[in-house]
Design a binder for this molecule. Structure first.
Ligand code: 26V
Length: 830
């Protein structure tokens, strides 16, 4: 382990900023390439990317250092965002934008006959997340840096990120994403801040010199946590925040017995176990039943991060925790890091020797919890026996937290055993489990959902008991997305157009984007025309990519109808496919008067063990095959499955969309954030009354949104008396669609492969009630097609969507968190 420098130096502490001119950038680029990387022309293109990244990183470092210094000051209150996932995507383009160095870098690259975009495209995505929850964390980090809020992200440096999706014979195949293989110029290893994390062993009790009882966790298997820091630059300010990612590593202590027994190689190999903890991201976003390695990851993150915060605290405040609450707050991204509640108690009691009440007071005043899902199968529970073997000391603490909490419940609702059983942190019965959401609620001062409806449903349903006990703990914080990545970076032409009309303020205060509604009539007209041209050019960019990846030609005059997100039954990609089949039938029957040509694009990853989701991908590809090769269909309809959807793909897809599909069963999608990215980029939405769609409608008006389907309460009322046949018998279109699907028209040589999909749709217990929404979905789609015929009207609606998207910036979201939960002061970095 590296110790802090012991040598006296007169090194400058005030690091100078470097110039962003194209001359300075090209000189530095050449120097890195030649002298640092030892490469020259003709080398692998990765080194061009690496040399430019080092050049940019140098320009970030001075401000990074200044930001650290500012945050280290004794009275600065800080927030820590604890998350198992940060779906960062690419970094280089983002830093270029924030440093206002895009044009000078473009020029610099041209000196070497390189295109900046080509260099940028070499960077692998940092895919350290599954979907919405991980990308939200990344957007939050961006906004906090731009708002100059002292927020540190803590996460895991997975060696393998989200798997790469290959499509073979129409089916998903998972390929490893070894994103770190060639090295990562955007991380700085900090071995001097290594922490030790314990597993296994058992507890011992002892008395101190004052006869107070304490616990000691002994005979543990220890793992080292090495931090890697990733800079998060703010937009055109000097703030550079930090995302600290932990890598697991073996301690230097060998198993001496084994070592001396001559099994030197076995003893060394055993170290692999430790290294495995941060090897791979779990590619699952709903159920993962009790996998030991996943619990290890969670505790590893919690323990390393909390110890790191205490280490920093003690360098300034020593052993005095009086002001700890005033200066620290932790935001837990879902239940994944909520073992932090117990770990905080352990550290305060076992390490800092505080008594229970003082430790509990600090814990419950610094922890805050965000819930991201209402799906019961995504609520984490851990078998007690796993805790017993892996984290025995933490289990003791959880039992004690629960015992004390149950007394509170008993006092409020004496004798109400059913309620006690529901609220207990421990699920009793033959298979005892720890309910992480209950632990999070009991241990936090704040609990929030991620959209208005979602937060309301949490209070009324899932967390109702807790809401009755502590109504003031619960709030809503509607999600957002960062306009820097999702407009300024992804859609430079639209950015240029908007800024040329209303200036650039909207980039850091998206409420200003509504000013495009206030342009004079004449300006509105030219704006709308240019807006459409931008959309066309973005559609061309996507069409080129689709042709390259799928071999299908998209006509850019067609309506681009897009659904990209994780493949999940509740998100109802199947409903989309039923509509596509319906359109195909209409074409085959010659019902094509006033037809609107459509290109339908579906993309997203299925969890490797989620068979039905994988079948949905196969079905999409099979339907696409039939439709795209039918000469009767031609340009009227195209369908593709876009492979390996991710952050970087979305940067091309969102700016090119005409229609955004947000068609989840009402009450199931907590928020959605793709919906916001599409809206900002001028797509119209077809969607249910679910998640943040509701707030999109509030902002843009129902007349600029294609709303359909049952409401959340209607869906709930339907459960139990849902009769799929009722809808089939009533609706000739649905009947025809299902008949064609069941006739093996799309699987002529693969009999039976879609049987389970078909069965799921006919299931009376189908929780997603797909048939129930078919009619109103098709009607809404017809309305879409009709509106598309009136291009001027569509254009107006499209501009309105962009103009009304101001609320959906994560800058607003972060201000909401800060006002109600974090209460940080923005800190200007000079
Ligand atoms: C759950 C699990 C379960 C155990 C295995 C690993 C794993 C990984 C992730 C999750 C989280 C699922 C919850 C989630 O992603 N929620 C999404 O959060 C978005 C941001 O708030 C929101 O927009 C989406 O509507 C919501 O589905």
């Amino acid at each position: 382990m590296i110790e802090k420098a012991q040598l006296e130096t007169c090194l400058p502490t005030n690091i100078k900023s470097l110039p962003n001119t194209s001359k300075a950038i090209s000189e530095s680029f050449e120097k890195y390439l030649t002298y640092h990387l030892g490469r020259t022309q003709g080398c692998h293109s990765f080194y061009f990317y690496e040399a430019l990244s080092f050049t940019l990183r140098d320009r970030v470092v001075a401000n990074w250092y200044k930001t650290w210094e500012a945050y280290r000051q004794p009275n600065v209150r800080r927030a820590y965002y604890l998350s198992l996932e940060f779906l960062m995507g690419r970094a280089l383009g983002n830093h270029l934008l924030n440093l206002d160095a895009t044009e000078s870098s473009r020029e610099a690259m041209e000196k070497f006959c390189l295109q900046l975009e080509d260099v940028e495209s070499i960077e692998p995505d940092a895919g350290l997340g599954n979907g919405g929850l991980g990308r939200l964390a990344a957007c939050f980090m961006d906004s906090c840096a731009t708002l100059q809020l002292p927020v540190l992200g803590y996460g895991i440096r997975y060696e393998y990120g989200m798997f790469k999706q290959a499509i073979v014979d129409g089916r998903q195949e998972e390929r490893p994403d070894h994103w770190l293989r060639d090295g990562n110029p955007w991380e700085l290893e900090r071995p001097e801040y290594t922490q030790t994390v314990k597993f296994g062993g058992h507890t011992e009790f002892y008395r101190d010199e004052h006869n107070n009882l304490h616990a000691r966790w002994v005979e543990t298997n220890d793992v080292l946590a090495i931090p890697f820091d990733v800079p998060i630059s703010g937009y055109k300010n000097k703030t550079v925040n930090t995302l600290r990612l932990w890598k697991s590593s073996a301690t230097d202590e060998f198993d001496l017995e084994e070592f001396n027994a001559g099994s030197y190689t076995d003893a060394v190999a055993a170290k692999n176990n430790a290294e495995n903890i941060t090897m791979v991201l779990y590619p699952n976003d709903s159920s993962e039943n009790g996998k030991e390695l996943r619990l290890k990851q969670q505790y590893f993150l919690a323990s390393a991060s909390l110890q790191d915060v205490f280490r920093q605290w003690e360098t300034i405040h020593g052993n005095n925790y009086e002001n700890f609450v005033a200066q620290n707050v932790f935001q837990m991204n879902d239940t994944h890091p909520t073992i932090s509640v117990a770990e905080m108690m352990r550290i305060l009691m076992d390490k800092k020797c505080l008594n229970w009440d003082d430790a509990w007071s600090i814990t419950t005043k610094t922890m805050a919890y965000t819930n991201h899902t209402l799906l019961p199968e995504a609520l984490e529970k851990w078998p007690v026996h796993l805790f017993e073997s892996l984290l025995p000391r933490l289990l003791e603490i959880i039992y004690e937290i629960n015992a004390r909490f149950m007394r509170v419940v008993q006092q409020k609702w004496p004798g109400n055993t059913e309620r006690h059983a529901r609220m207990s942190i421990i699920e009793e019965g033959p298979y005892k489990q720890v309910r992480m959401a209950n632990l999070a609620i009991v241990g936090s001062f704040s609990v929030n959902g991620v959209a208005a409806l979602h937060s309301q449903l949490l209070c009324e349903g899932l967390f109702h008991d807790f809401y009755e006990l502590w109504p003031d703990k619960f709030t809503n914080k509607t999600n957002g997305v960062t306009p820097r990545r999702w407009i300024a970076h992804a859609n430079p032409e639209m950015t240029e157009l908007i800024s040329s009309h209303i200036g650039e303020d909207w980039i850091t205060d998206l409420s200003h984007i509504s000013e495009i509604k206030k342009l004079s009539a004449a300006k509105q007209k030219t704006f709308a025309k240019a807006f459409k041209q931008v959309k066309q050019s973005n559609k061309q960019r996507l069409a080129d990519l689709v042709e390259q990846l799928c071999g299908v030609k998209f006509n850019t005059d067609s309506l681009f109808d897009i659904q990209v997100k994780r493949i999940h039954e509740y998100k109802r990609q199947l409903l989309n496919l039923l509509h596509v089949i319906h359109l195909y039938i209409q074409i085959k029957q010659g019902n094509t008067e006033n037809w609107s040509n459509r290109c339908v694009l579906i993309g997203g990853k299925a969890a490797p063990g989620y068979i039905l989701a994988k079948d949905i991908i196969k079905l999409t590809n099979n339907i696409a095959e039939v439709i795209n090769s039918d000469p009767d269909v031609g340009d009227k309809l195209k369908l593709v499955f876009f492979p390996n959807y991710g952050v970087t793909a979305m940067e091309v897809i969102a700016p090119a969309a005409d229609l955004s599909e947000q068609i989840s069963t009402a009450g199931k999608e907590a928020s959605g954030t793709g919906n916001m990215k599409f809206m900002m980029n001028g797509a119209l939405t077809i969607g249910t009354y679910d998640g943040a769609n509701i707030e999109i409608i509030n902002e843009v008006g129902e007349e600029n949104f294609f709303l359909f389907g049952l409401k959340a309460n209607e869906v709930q009322d339907l459960q139990g008396n849902y009769d799929p046949m009722h809808y089939i018998n009533q609706d000739q279109d649905l009947k025809a669609v299902m008949e064609l699907l069941q006739s093996a028209h799309f699987n002529a040589n693969e009999p039976g492969i879609f049987d389970s999909i078909i069965q799921s749709l006919y299931n009376r217990n189908d929780p997603w009630v797909t048939f129930a929404d078919f009619r109103s979905y098709v009607d809404a789609q017809n309305e879409v097609a009709k509106t598309w015929q009136d291009q001027e009207k569509w254009g107006r609606m499209s501009v309105m969507n962009t103009a009304c998207s101001g609320f959906f910036s994560t800058d607003r979201t972060m201000q909401d968190y800060n006002r109600d939960i974090w209460k940080l002061d923005a800190l200007e970095i000079k």
